[in-house]
Design a protein around this ligand. Sequence first.
Ligand code: HEM
Length: 206
Amino acid sequence: MRFPVWRVGVFIAAAVWPLFWLYEALMNSLGPDPGKVLVDRLGLGTLILLLITLSMTPLQKLTGWAGWIAVRRQLGLWCFTYVVLHLSGYAAFILGFDWSQLGVELSKRPYIIVGALGFLGLLALAVTSNRYSQRRLGVRWKKLHRLVYLILGLGLLHMLWIVRADLKEWSIYAFIGAVLLILRVPPVMRRIPRLLGRKVASATKA
Ligand code: HEM
């Protein structure tokens, strides 16, 4: 396996947050509604991990370092783990496992439907993230995994619906998402390393 230390480092960096938040909850340092704080942090963690996962390919193209791609799948699976924890937190702390309330909840908080669609998308990507599915699906695998941009859009819409009054933080994530999307447009993707190469060359000349 290539980049073992880097891979383990990424594993630890992703695993440590939910454990730390759980510790904070057990220490009563998450305020009067720790369940809601946990759900919010895990939701935000999901979105951030999605953006980090999506930045691996552009970073590889920009730097030429294969280590970015070596951790891409792991990061995608962490994103899925966070969303499962986010959803479980919602079921436990907000719904109280009272499924009869789900109908009322969906009409009271329609953004949950958008989140649920995002979750189903992430589930499809996680289930097909292995080499076997990649081989079996062939070209369709790439098409399926382009769903990730739709999932990002759903995640951003889900968050926008929740934080409507305060758009500052949301705008940062939306901006990063838009930049990542633009970087994936093939002509842009092809041009960037060349542009960087030119810059580096002129800097050395100067
Ligand atoms: C079935 C799936 C989902 C359910 C039931 C769900 C539910 C929730 C709930 C109840 C909240 C807290 C709302 C509040 O503060 O009043 C929330 C917040 C959030 N969720 Fe989800 N969600 C789901 C999927 C997702 C997905 C797929 C993403 C990201 C890709 C996501 C990202 C977020 C974010 C960013 C927040 C806001 C956190 C904050 O305000 O700091 N959620 N979600």
